[in-house]
Write a protein that binds this ligand. Structure first.
Ligand code: SF4
Ligand code: SF4
Length: 331
């Protein structure tokens, strides 16, 4: 199934064309919902849109950056409209909207952020961080080695283990982000075949996604839009230029191969965000040490947590993962 980001044009035309070519097409969009009307919510739910909603946390965290042109916070409007949309999605049996939070320097508690957002009507929540790029950081970016964020993560894990120790039959609520991370570790730990070299998995940039501007210019992903050195073609003048995609990937893999090959985390990490490493002039820098240390510290805690669950609470781990846990001596 293909999902078209930021649907534009006539969706009916696209769906007819998809039927002719035997493709399945879906639509995704990202919005702060501040201009949502009841009719729009009905349309999005009826047409099965996957909607990503930007909410950065509680009112204080969100309104710190998400304001109207006159400077007023948008939290109340966004949350009210999210509830309207959730109601319509439930009526139409459509996948609930997903909240995407971006933590900034004023809010670096991923656990509290996720817990708050999951109380707003949808369990689908993803928490990321504002990072700037390897060459340019802003005051509001979350710096690497952020102690508060790490403390919050450690406290969350301690609390889950304490809950399991008190009653292993009651499954603690681990949240989506932690579950996804544990699944990633589990898949790697239980993988049968070893990789021979560093294998950055990347994010699909310029491979299973591209960003298209209103003028038809193609970029590796939405974050690259406007960085002329990374323009990959134009849909009106020949489409994607495969040689530019190849050069882009060559540069990325060369960078990763040099930096990641000696790193113990190379099979789990997947490399840093390619956009984060890219400069306006087209250069791609190697992953920076501070961010790499941060990534490794986080994974060390996660691996310890996974090992504790595997050795002491395997049934809880299987339930959290939604996957069977291999039993020693059995295939
Ligand atoms: S932590 Fe850094 S060096 Fe290690 S695999 Fe990830 S990006 Fe590469
Ligand atoms: S390059 Fe970075 S910003 Fe772009 S899709 Fe990948 S992870 Fe996201």
């Amino acid at each position: 199934m293909f999902f078209v980001t930021e649907a534009c044009g006539d969706s009916q035309d696209r769906l007819e064309r998809a039927t002719e070519t035997k493709q399945q097409v879906g639509f995704t969009m990202t919005s702060n919902l501040t201009l949502l009307t009841e009719d729009m919510a009905e349309f999005l739910a009826r047409e099965k849109f996957h909607v990503m909603v930007s909410i950065d946390g509680d009112r204080e965290s969100h309104d710190r950056h998400r304001v109207t042109v006159s400077g007023e916070g948008t939290y109340d409007t966004t949350v009210a409209n999210l509830k309207l949309l959730v109601g319509k999605m439930r009526l139409h049996g459509t996948r609930l909207p997903k909240i995407r939070a971006t933590m900034t320097a004023g809010n670096v508690d991923p656990v509290a952020t996720e817990e708050h957002l999951r109380s707003l009507g949808t369990h689908l929540v993803e928490v990321g961080e504002s990072h700037g790029t390897v060459n340019e950081q802003q005051d509001y970016d979350v710096g690497s080695k952020c102690e508060e964020r790490m403390n919050s993560f450690n406290a969350r894990i301690d609390s889950i283990i304490e809950q399991l120790e008190a009653d292993p039959s009651v499954l603690p609520d681990v949240g989506n982000s932690l579950r996804k991370s544990l699944r990633k570790v589990h898949d790697e730990v239980t993988r049968k075949q070893a990789y021979s070299q560093a294998r950055p998995t990347l994010c699909g940039v310029c491979r299973n996604m591209k960003a298209v501007t209103p003028e038809g210019d193609l970029f590796p992903c939405h974050r690259y839009v406007g960085m002329e050195a990374f323009k990959m073609g134009n849909i009106h003048t020949g489409g994607i230029q495969q040689d530019r995609v190849r050069d882009y990937y060559d540069a990325l893999y060369t960078t990763y191969a040099e930096k990641c090959a000696p790193c113990w985390l190379r099979h789990l990490c997947g490399g840093q965000c390619p956009w984060y490493l890219s400069s306006e002039d087209g250069a791609i820098s190697p992953p920076d040490d501070a961010t790499c240390d941060d990534i490794r510290d986080g994974f060390e805690v996660l691996l310890g947590f996974y090992a504790t669950l595997m050795s002491r609470f395997p049934e809880a781990l299987a339930s959290i993962l939604g996957r069977p846990i291999p039993v020693e001596g059995k295939e």
